[in-house]
Design a protein around this ligand. Structure first.
Ligand SMILES: Nc1ncnc2c1ncn2[C@@H]1O[C@H](COP(=O)(O)OP(=O)(O)OP(=O)(O)O)[C@@H](O)[C@H]1O
Ligand SMILES: [Mg+2]
Length: 409
């Protein structure tokens, strides 16, 4: 799977690919790598259509700065009119993007990655949505610092993104944060105006994004923009493909007692062999984060030190990137009063899963029973599904194999 950040994403300008996503999907089913799934076939066909359209799509280059200013002012003046037209889809000859939505483990990311690998358009980028937002905030800060008089850095940022990518693929599109919600509407409108095509995977249908939260009303125009530019494809077959694999019994240890602690000691010793035990300070985005117990590729944490403190996606991404192996002691059962803690745990696991990290834990209960009720218990279903996959023998094999998390520089 391609999981490089936006800035590091490779660009290909190779020969037209003989196979599109549907043919590739069929090949994998025929070879037994994938199980046949009619819902996936339908989405693969939709992505195939977009692939064909993209092969013929070469939008005019993005306009230079001065002209763009005029263009954006025009756009802003049209915005109220555009935003009121909730029922219309845009039909401007530009290929429509696809928003793939469904429950966990249904193959959304797998299909998007398959599609992405087929596209030969020169400027294409595939990125986890949390990483994208992290880069957006970073670039907005840089723009403001470099141009103290600049009143609105979003249009120039959108232009830079559009210059780098005609196709943007976002994995796990989600809005958790009012600051992101406020930026996204205008950023996306400017990206669509610059003829960028977007494909996204998500567990949430566009109409439910950022709903029932303070500020949700102000976010509604963004939902409209998404609906006008992207086709929603529901991928919701019966099977969560992360389940039913061979489980490894060293990764998720229940209960979190003294025996579990000793077993985790051995894991740390095994992966950290030859390295000193030390305290490390991670530095990123102008922040520092102390890690009290590091040993080469391993970092060991108590659950509370990671999830009961006000840490966010950036912290977890930094930890995931720095330490291929994470050992975590004492994951408690969570209840309705632990919604914040559970939300951080979800974000942590998203970061570790996306980066392919190895995770060894001791816990009060199995992933499915950890957070049965409370705000966010629905979202936790994805985390439980991911934790099951991260406890499988195939996950460990991948982490140890070529290109796996342990072999990365
Ligand atoms: N038809 C299939 N046959 C076998 N394995 C599959 C099939 N579809 C998906 N998988 C595997 O199941 C796992 C989960 O798929 P994927 O990551 O694409 O799910 P997802 O829908 O993106 O889930 P989430 O919402 O949690 O992100 C992956 O390892 C994927 O390769
Ligand atoms: Mg996914």
């Amino acid at each position: 799977m391609n999981r490089q950040p936006l800035s590091a994403q490779s660009r290909t300008s190779g020969q037209p690919q003989a196979s599109g996503p549907f043919a590739l999907y069929e090949e994998r089913v025929a070879s037994g790598t994938l199980r046949r799934d009619p819902d996936q076939e339908r989405v693969a066909r939709r992505l195939d259509r977009l692939w064909v359209e993209l092969e013929a799509y070469r939008p005019a280059p993005v306009r230079p700065q001065e002209e763009r200013k005029g263009l954006f002012s025009k756009l802003v003046s049209k915005l109220p009119e555009l935003l009121n037209r909730t029922d219309e889809r845009v039909d401007d000859g530009i290929p429509r993007g696809v928003y793939i939505v469904g429950r966990v483990g249904r193959g959304k990311t797998m299909l998007m990655d398959l599609f992405f690998s087929c596209v030969t358009i020169e400027r294409k980028q595939r990125i986890h949505f949390l990483t994208f937002m992290q880069e957006v905030h970073q670039r907005l800060r840089t723009l403001k610092e470099a141009n103290p008089g600049m009143s609105d850095p979003i249009p120039p940022l959108a232009q830079t993104i559009a210059q780098d990518a005609t196709l943007l693929c976002f994995d796990e599109f989600q809005i958790n944060d009012i600051a992101d919600a406020m930026i996204l509407g205008r950023l996306f409108e400017a990206l669509f105006a610059a003829k960028v095509i977007i494909v996204a995977t998500s567990n949430t249908v566009p109409g439910d994004l950022f709903q029932n939260r303070p500020g949700a009303d102000a976010f509604k125009p963004f939902i409209t923009i998404i609906q006008r530019h992207l086709d929603t494809e529901v991928l919701d077959s019966e099977t969560d493909y992360r389940r039913g694999r061979d489980q490894d019994d060293t990764t998720w240890i229940v209960p979190a007692d003294e025996t579990a602690r000793r077993r985790l000691d051995k894991i740390v010793a095994r992966y950290g062999e030859g390295h000193p035990v030390e305290k490390v300070t991670l530095e990123f985005s102008g922040r520092t984060l102390p890690v009290d117990h590091a040993q080469g590729p391993v970092a060991r944490f108590d659950f509370t030190s990671l999830c009961s403190r006000p840490l966010g996606p950036n912290d977890y991404l930094a930890i995931a990137k720095k330490f291929p192996v994470i050992v975590m002691d004492d994951i408690p059962s969570l209840g309705p009063d632990d919604a914040n803690v559970a939300r951080r745990f979800i974000t942590l696991i998203d970061a570790l899963y996306d980066n392919g990290n190895l995770l060894f834990v001791s816990a009060d209960d199995s992933p499915d029973n950890l957070f049965p009720s409370g705000e966010g218990a629905d979202a936790f279903a994805r985390t439980a599904s991911r934790l099951m996959e991260m406890s499988s023998e195939s996950w460990l094999a991948r982490a140890h194999g070529p290109g796996g998390v342990l072999s990365r520089p």
